[in-house]
Structure formats: C-alpha cells, structure tokens
Write a protein that binds this ligand. Structure first.
Ligand SMILES: Cc1cc2nc3c(=O)[nH]c(=O)nc-3n(C[C@H](O)[C@H](O)[C@H](O)COP(=O)(O)OP(=O)(O)OC[C@H]3O[C@@H](n4cnc5c(N)ncnc54)[C@H](O)[C@@H]3O)c2cc1C
Length: 396
C-alpha cells in the first residue's frame, strides 16, 4: 500500500502568543470575518482561537443560502450588506465562493402566511430589495418541480441565492493571515479571567493569553463562553440535517432556493442533484450525528408541494447545529457589564448570510467608530426583560 501523505497543520505548531490586543473565539464565518474586518481597519495583534479546524462548526455546511428577504429591517440590512460583500469576493480576495444567484422562493399555503409575506415584501421593497409576491402559477413557472395547485401565493427575490461557506471562510482567513492575524487551530478556550469590569486573560488548553478584549464567535457553543466571562448569552444548540441526492445524468431544472413556510421543507440545486431539508423537531444538544429521522416529515411535505421529490434518491447527508436564541435572531453587541467582551452569535440558522456585515459591525463597535446599523437592535440585553424580542417571519 502506498504511503499516505498527511498534510501538516502548521498552525498548531506555532507557539501560542502570550499577549493579544483582541482574542476572537471561534474560527467559523463570524470569527474569520471579524478578524478580517478588524485587521483591515489596522488593528494589530489579533488572535483567532479555534478548538477544531477553521470552518468545522456550523460553517461546514456544504452550501448556504444568502439573501436579504427578511421582515425585520435589521436583518434586511445585514443581508443586503453581506450579499454585496459576497458578490465582491472575486475582485476583493480573488476567491470564487460558488455564489449562484438563483433567487429565493418562499411558498405560502395559508392566508396568514400570505399576509406576513406581503408585509415583509413591502418592507423589503421600501429598503431597495428586489422582491415581489407571485401567483401560484408564476411560482410553478419559476420552479417547475412545484405543484402550484396547493399554493396560495409565493414571494420571489431573484437577487438571492446560495454559496459555499467553506470557501468564504478560507478566503477571509487567507486575507486576514496576510494582514498578520494569528490563527490557532485545535486550541480550546477553557477559561476567561476578569477583574471587575475588565478582561485580564484568556486561558486555553495550551496556556494563557493576556488581553483586554474578547469577541465571542463560538456559534452553538457560545453560552459556555458567555458563562466563562459572566455574560449571559442565551444560545441553545439544535441539530439540523440535510440530504444530497445522487448526481443525475440529466440535471434537475435550475430552481431557486425554495422553502415551504407551512412545513419548513426546502430544496435547491446541488450541482446536478438537489440539496433537501426540513426543520425536523429536535431536542437541544451538541450531537452532530447524521441520521434519516427527518425523512418521513420531508416526504410528507414533498408529497403535497413537490411530488417529484418524495422519497428523494439521497446519496449522502450532513448534520450541523443551529445556534438558536429565544427569538431566533442574532446576538450582536458589547456586554454592558464587561465592556471588553463583544459577541456575534445566535444566528439561529442564518449566520452564513450575515457573516460579512456582522464582522464589519463588530469591528467598528470595537473601535468605537460609527456603525452602519444601530447594534442595540441585536443586543443580548433584549432578553433581560426591558426590551422586546425581535419578530422575524422569514426564518425557519
Ligand atoms: C442544516 C443547517 C442549514 C443552514 N442553512 C443556512 C443557510 O442556508 N444560510 C445561512 O446563512 N446559514 C445557514 N445555517 C446557519 C449557519 O451555518 C450558521 O449560522 C453559521 O455557520 C454560524 O457561523 P459561526 O461562525 O457563528 O459559528 P460556527 O461556524 O459554528 O463557528 C463557531 C466555532 O467556534 C468554535 N468553538 C466553540 N467553542 C470554542 C472554544 N471553547 N474554544 C475554541 N473554539 C471554540 C467551534 O469549534 C466552531 O468552529 C445553517 C445551519 C445548519 C445546521
């Protein structure tokens, strides 16, 4: 048998620095985007700590939807700004992230869903998003895999689509590395030491780093990091699963990212096959084991909306974690009780598409510069009882 060549992970061989201006915890899309935006603004001595490999958490999803078709203005701004940045990746970083602008199609099967989407579409249009309500027959023309007779209406946003999160993580990390950011893979943060309202050290399994600033980008694991710092980050990990069909000799028609609001069933192209999923009810927990328990629910939904997709010919699948908050919207901000502690987490299933804008927002917040969006909108303090939770209808 030929010898296998195992690539050397040199990042682990680097010694851990003893001091940093900023420590970013988590090497997913949020961590690398934040690192890049900080470095791009001239911040030196940034260290990103990742307990496994870069992009190995929820950002390991093979394809991620990118869109601005939300109902909450804050989410719309984050989506618009991120889409614009993802579109610029080839020119900015020389990176092809597999962006496919196939559009998003949200399906309604009740009057309540139509009313929600009509309101959302109005807000989107008033903010410059290209989206519109379409009739069932137009939805059927846009996506020939659908049975239009079961639909009440749909909303279509042709400027949205999907891209490859792994490639976006790589591109940000490479650009950040060029600006001097240190990435420590296979390094776990185990403790954060504070002195009153100041952070003093971050302790990993490899030693101690003196720092006054931490950005928590730890995705589904963020509540633990919050606990280490004494900051409440209400993030619950919830497993979600997707399947990929066998590649077809004759490709499926090119369809938008299509999502049935009543059941949460969704699908879109994956090369010459399809990626399919549904938000199957799960207990919270860190298991990322893949299974097919969700398939009967997917089949039941498909049999109504897209009969051709019932019993899909699945070749493989992937399980990852949603990082859910109580209102399924992000936590972005600076802890009032510990001003050196920043957080960008709890994206509840839409973090890839918000990654670029959130990294920029956190970088400006850290530097005390004007931000393109008032971050208090997404503050974790909204769960302390004084603020109201955010309502967003266009998420699953
Ligand atoms: C099935 C599924 C479908 C999805 N679909 C979409 C979609 O279509 N569009 C979209 O925008 N989003 C989607 N998402 C959500 C998206 O994947 C996440 O919101 C996004 O990847 C979150 O990025 P992150 O950087 O915050 O977290 P992650 O990518 O999870 O990164 C966090 C990192 O922190 C590290 N970490 C944790 N604790 C520590 C510690 N103590 N020390 C060091 N490192 C630590 C972890 O190892 C991890 O790599 C989906 C998610 C799932 C599961």
């Amino acid at each position: 048998m030929a010898n296998q060549v195992v690539p050397l992970d040199l990042s682990y061989a680097y010694s851990q620095p003893t001091e940093a201006e900023v420590v970013i915890i988590g090497g997913g899309i949020m961590g690398v985007s934040t690192a890049w935006h900080l470095a791009d603004r001239g911040v030196k001595n940034i260290v990103v700590i990742e307990q496994a490999e870069l992009g190995s958490g929820s950002s390991a999803k093979p394809l991620g939807g990118v869109r601005a078709n939300f109902s909450d203005p804050g989410n719309i701004i984050l989506g618009q700004r991120s889409l614009a940045e993802y579109t610029r990746f080839p020119e900015r970083f020389g990176a092809d992230i597999g962006l496919q602008t196939v559009g998003y199609l949200f399906l309604c099967r009740s009057a309540g869903e139509v009313a929600d989407l009509e309101r959302a579409t109005e807000i989107q249009n008033s903010m410059g998003v290209n989206s519109r309500m379409v009739s069932p027959s137009e939805a059927g023309k846009i996506n020939p895999l659908l049975d239009p007779s079961v639909l009440t209406a749909a909303s279509f946003s042709p400027g949205d689509g999907f891209a490859e999160p792994g490639l976006a993580v790589e591109a940000y990390a490479a650009a950040a590395r060029e600006r001097g950011v240190t990435f420590l893979n296979r390094t776990q943060v185990v403790e954060i030491q504070r002195n009153g309202r100041s952070i003093e050290t971050v302790i990993t399994n490899r030693g101690t780093i003196r720092t006054g600033a931490v950005v928590c980008c730890a995705g589904a694991w963020s509540a633990r990091i919050g606990d280490m710092a004494g900051v409440d980050l209400p993030v619950t990990p919830v497993r979600r699963l997707i399947g990929m069909t066998r590649q077809q000799a004759r490709p499926f028609p090119r369809v938008p990212f299509t999502l049935d609001l009543s059941t949460t069933m969704y699908f879109h192209n994956y090369l010459n096959g399809l990626l399919v999923g549904i938000s199957h009810e799960q207990e919270g927990g860190f298991s990322r084991e893949f299974n097919y328990d969700w398939l009967p629910e997917f089949n039941a939904a498909a049999s109504v909306c897209a009969p051709e997709l019932e019993n899909p010919d699945l070749e493989w699948g992937w399980a990852g974690l949603y990082e859910n908050t109580p209102d399924h919207n992000a936590l972005i901000g600076q802890a009032e009780e510990l001003p050196g502690f920043f957080y960008a987490t709890g994206f509840s299933g839409h973090g890839f598409l918000q990654g670029p804008a959130v990294g920029e927002l956190v970088a400006d917040l850290y530097l005390g510069k004007p931000t393109f969006l008032d971050p208090s909108h997404f503050s974790a303090d909204r769960f302390k009882g004084t603020e109201t939770a955010l309502r967003e209808v266009n998420i699953i």
